[in-house]
Design a protein around this ligand. Structure first.
Ligand code: PGA
Length: 225
């Protein structure tokens, strides 16, 4: 089973930031104080990864998706092979926006998870409650044991309404997901996390970190979580 020593704080920039803005973000973030008990992962758009990884070796970068294919005739794909040398350790998979706009199914997410794991990258598999069972059913035991999950209730994501989950609902959902995954899987929470509510989640022993969209676009706000 994958274990996390520190709480994982993941920035999901989604489809935002030019390379200039991305560099400025990293420069600012690098100068700010961070909580030493947290492990930060920044997931920029694909085209920025190479320049950011080269210029900011002090920061850790991840991807917002992972191709289920290897190198070859797969127009538009970014296979793990191409990411070689960028020290990518995490990838966000199955985000609700990809499930909604790209029609990603739990079966496809599972193929992506398998490809990521084969390349030594840990999937952070996003699921809302209605997807818990179908997503777990698509994964092998070893894939489940090597992955991190993120409970992301769609209604709580800022761009889909941003209605905060009551903490009891979040904890109950995470417990349900963890049980389906075999009892000990790391589970993050995502949905309108900001500096006002982040501690409420991060103080919970059962929540292994947070996946942050809107708040992550500002390096100062992100560093204050
Ligand atoms: P949000 O996004 O923090 O803007 O709600 C979270 C996510 O989409 O992962």
């Amino acid at each position: 089973m994958r274990t996390l020593t520190n709480k994982l704080i993941v920035a999901n920039w989604k489809a935002n930031k030019t390379i200039t803005e991305a560099r400025e973000w990293c420069e600012t973030f690098s100068t700010l104080d961070h909580n030493a008990a947290y492990e930060y992962v920044i997931c920029p758009p694909f085209p920025h990864l190479s320049a950011l990884a080269e210029h900011f070796p002090n920061l850790q970068f991840g991807t917002q998706d992972f191709s289920p294919y290897g190198a070859g005739a797969y127009t538009g794909e970014v296979p793990g092979y191409i990411l070689d040398g960028l020290h990518i350790r995490y990838t966000i998979l199955g985000h609700s926006e990809r499930r909604k706009y790209q029609g990603e199914t739990s079966a496809l997410v599972a193929r992506k998870a398998a490809a990521a794991l084969a390349d030594g990258v840990t999937p952070i598999i996003c699921v809302d409650r209605s997807e818990f069972q179908t997503q777990i059913d698509q994964l092998s035991r070893s894939e489940i044991e090597s992955s991190i999950f993120a409970y992301e209730p769609v209604h709580a994501i800022s761009t889909f309404g941003g209605h905060e989950d009551p903490l009891e609902t979040t904890l109950a959902a995470i417990e349900e997901l963890r049980e389906l995954a075999g009892g000990r899987a790391p589970v993050l929470y995502g949905g309108s996390v900001d500096k006002e509510n982040s501690l409420m989640y991060l103080q919970q022993e059962d929540i292994n970190g947070v996946l942050v969209g809107k708040t992550s676009l500002d390096p100062r706000a992100f560093a204050q979580l």
